[in-house]
Design a protein around this ligand. Structure first.
Ligand SMILES: Cc1cc2nc3c(=O)[nH]c(=O)nc-3n(C[C@H](O)[C@H](O)[C@H](O)COP(=O)(O)O)c2cc1C
Length: 346
């Protein structure tokens, strides 16, 4: 099977969709949108196998983050986000896209199977979500002091529910303060761990580099010269206090602070979280709203139950996001579809 050769994955254009091609060509083209999903440390931990009219999504264990994500929870969430993009692209291009989640109990790395379904006319909302795929980025800058419309927050809650997750908007000041304190505590715990710093450093790159995964310094707001020293500084110094103060301020100053969670805490729930995450991020971006992550109190195991009590929602917090308006930022690199498609053996 041939895979697409778009030079910059972000430059993908809908005009290249092979409307008269074989089902496998259509599915492969839609993968150009799947690979634009967000992922922890930009690891892009997904692999795909296209067979006739179906595509299998696999976890890529070589892109795991054993220190910050020892159970592959965020890895599977990231794959769920890619799955949502794939479904959104297929629906935009005129097909229903039924996904079976964890379709083979004997293959734990097979996360989902998507079939190119029958013809379908995309709704206005589906068009808006699809068009936001290439405009979404994680935006780590401080946001303007401008509240999000209540109606949008309601839409984001509905987006989570549609994918089998829940979204709690932190409105109470005591809960916001307690959340900000836990984020800061999480930063201090993570940065005091040399293994955490080493792992983060290995996925942080200078601004000018040829890697197609990992986080370039500019995505963290670091200028070209400083970004060269970034990985060494991260590996060597415990910057926990400074990071804690910065993240505490960001959490307290966020126009909206939200927690995405699920009732259960297993692979199916993590895939639901990823799909809900991407639906939320795209709905937000379609409304000119950016998002960034403050996941520390969920990533640090001893803080997660405390954070769950603070949030006060039955179930398991999976991600903590801040949302707001702000300046545009550059996209981060992506592996090409040809790098993440496993050729079919049979
Ligand atoms: C499951 C998950 C967890 C993430 N956790 C964090 C985080 O804790 N801190 C952060 O700054 N970014 C986090 N990110 C954002 C990624 O670093 C980002 O998606 C990746 O670098 C690609 O950049 P992009 O989102 O701009 O395309 C997370 C993303 C995902 C999907």
């Amino acid at each position: 099977m041939t895979t697409s050769t778009i030079i910059d994955p972000w430059a993908v254009s809908e005009s290249g969709f092979p409307a008269d091609g074989r089902p496998a060509d259509k599915l492969t083209y839609a993968l150009n949108y799947a690979v634009l999903a967000p992922s922890g440390h930009n690891t892009q931990p997904w692999l795909f196998q296209v067979k006739k009219d179906q595509v299998d999504l696999f976890a890529d264990p070589t892109q795991a983050l054993p220190v910050v994500d020892p159970n592959d929870r965020e890895l599977i969430i990231s794959c769920g986000a890619a799955l949502f993009n794939l479904r959104a692209a297929l629906r935009y291009f005129g097909y229903t896209a039924d996904a079976s989640i964890l379709p083979d109990a004997k293959r734990v790395d097979l996360l989902a199977r998507v079939k190119l379904g029958h013809s379908h006319k995309a709704t206005a909302e589906e068009v808006a979500l699809f068009q936001a795929i290439t405009k979404r980025r994680t935006n780590r800058s401080a946001y303007e002091n401008r509240p999000l419309p209540e109606a949008l927050l309601e839409e984001l809650k509905m987006a989570a529910t549609q994918e089998g997750a829940w979204l709690e908007v932190v409105e109470n000041e005591d809960i916001r303060n307690a959340t900000a304190d836990l984020i800061a505590e999480g930063d201090r715990i993570q940065w005091s761990d040399a293994q955490f710093r080493r792992e983060l450093a290995s996925w942080t790159h200078p601004n000018r580099n040829l890697r197609r995964d990992g986080i370039p310094g500019y995505a963290m707001g670091v200028a070209d010269t400083a970004a060269y020293a970034g990985p060494l500084i991260i590996r060597t110094f415990d910057l926990g206090n400074g990071q804690a103060a910065k993240d505490r301020d960001l959490a307290l100053g966020s126009p909206a602070l939200v927690v995405l969670g699920t009732d259960k805490d297993d692979a199916a729930a993590w895939l639901a979280t990823g799909q809900a995450l991407q639906r939320i991020l795209l709905r937000a971006r379609a409304s000119s709203v950016w998002a960034s992550y403050l996941n520390q109190p969920i990533e640090v195991p001893e803080l997660r139950p405390r954070f769950a009590r603070v949030v006060g929602h039955v179930g398991h917090p999976q991600l903590c996001l801040r949302l707001g308006y702000g300046p545009d930022v550059r996209p981060t690199p992506r592996r090409h579809v040809s790098d993440v498609v496993i050729e079919s053996w049979g």
